[in-house]
Design a protein around this ligand. Structure first.
Ligand code: PMP
Length: 277
């Protein structure tokens, strides 16, 4: 496992984060997760662009150019020797005496490379169970912020109940998963929450929408409620690590076992990185 903190490679368990670091004190920072398939970071430019958007929204200046970040990523990947890996990288607002408002200090970049946590094939075939949880997050969910407490709490609740993922609902409107986006298939059409401030604009979500267009699957980016979700013919989550992952049950409710559209999209998504590598 490889780790990098503020200009140098460090040991993964080395104590490197100063007590006054704002990521630590306030969760004042942003992050990205990139999946590596066959030695190639998948959709890296898209992730870097989203990080720039998150940084802009928080008036945070990235400490390096994207070119330099790419160099660090490739150097880290070379050092790791992994062909399939998860790369996490963060930018925090830096190290400064504790005050709430933004200090004038350089931001800090950090990164880890770990072996990919692939989802086992049985789970992929069978589908996952999800639990609906109230969305108590703030209204800047498009920022990929380090503040994940509501997500952590939701996931804990789901896992404690024997479910794989928590699906958020805000005033009855289904938004997204605790670490994934959500899609429903109904009468041959694909539905997902629009890319507003209420969800993270998932890179996988965007790719799936592109694929749906290519496969002539009609798409509706519109709000829908819990009732609609329950009446779906198929449902699935998407994320960098889960890819396209079918949902088997929503709480007590079992969804149909045949999932023609989910299967097509999952296959088409796999082809994207198989072709590239
Ligand atoms: N929503 C949330 C809240 C997430 O944390 C994630 C994963 N980081 C996603 C959606 C999926 O985004 P992506 O496809 O870019 O991994």
């Amino acid at each position: 496992e490889i780790a990098f903190y503020q200009d140098k490679f460090v040991g993964i368990d080395e104590k490197v984060v100063p007590i006054q670091e704002r990521g630590h004190q306030f969760g004042d920072g942003i992050y990205e997760v990139v999946r590596v398939y066959g030695g190639v970071p998948f959709l890296l430019d898209e992730h870097l662009l989203r990080m720039e958007k998150s940084a802009d929204a928080l008036e945070m200046k990235l400490p390096y150019t994207t070119e330099k970040i790419k160099e660090i990523i490739h150097e880290a990947l070379n050092r790791s020797n992994y062909t399939d890996a998860d790369i996490y990288f963060q930018v925090t607002r830096g190290i400064s005496a504790r005050q709430h408002h933004y200090p004038e200090v350089p931001t800090v970049f950090s990164l880890t490379v770990r072996p990919a946590k692939a989802i086992d094939e049985t789970k992929r075939q069978e589908g996952i169970g999800v639990l609906l949880v109230e969305d108590v997050r703030w209204l800047n969910c498009y920022i990929k912020s380090l503040n994940l407490l509501p997500n952590v709490m939701a996931k804990q609740k789901a896992m404690a109940g024997g479910y794989y993922e928590a699906i958020f609902q805000r005033d009855g409107i289904v938004t997204e998963g605790s670490s994934s986006n959500l899609f429903v298939v109904k009468d041959g059409q694909l539905f997902t929450h629009p890319a507003t401030n209420r969800i993270l604009h998932g890179i996988t979500r965007a790719k799936v929408l592109e694929l749906a267009a290519k496969l002539d699957i009609p798409v509706q980016e519109q709000e829908f409620d819990i009732n609609f979700l329950h009446q779906g013919d198929e449902a699935f989550i998407t994320s960098t690590s889960a890819e396209v992952l079918p949902i088997r049950e929503i709480g007590e409710l079992e969804l149909p076992r045949t999932r023609p559209i989910t299967d097509r999209l999952a296959e088409a998504f796999k082809d994207l990185y198989k072709v590239k590598n």
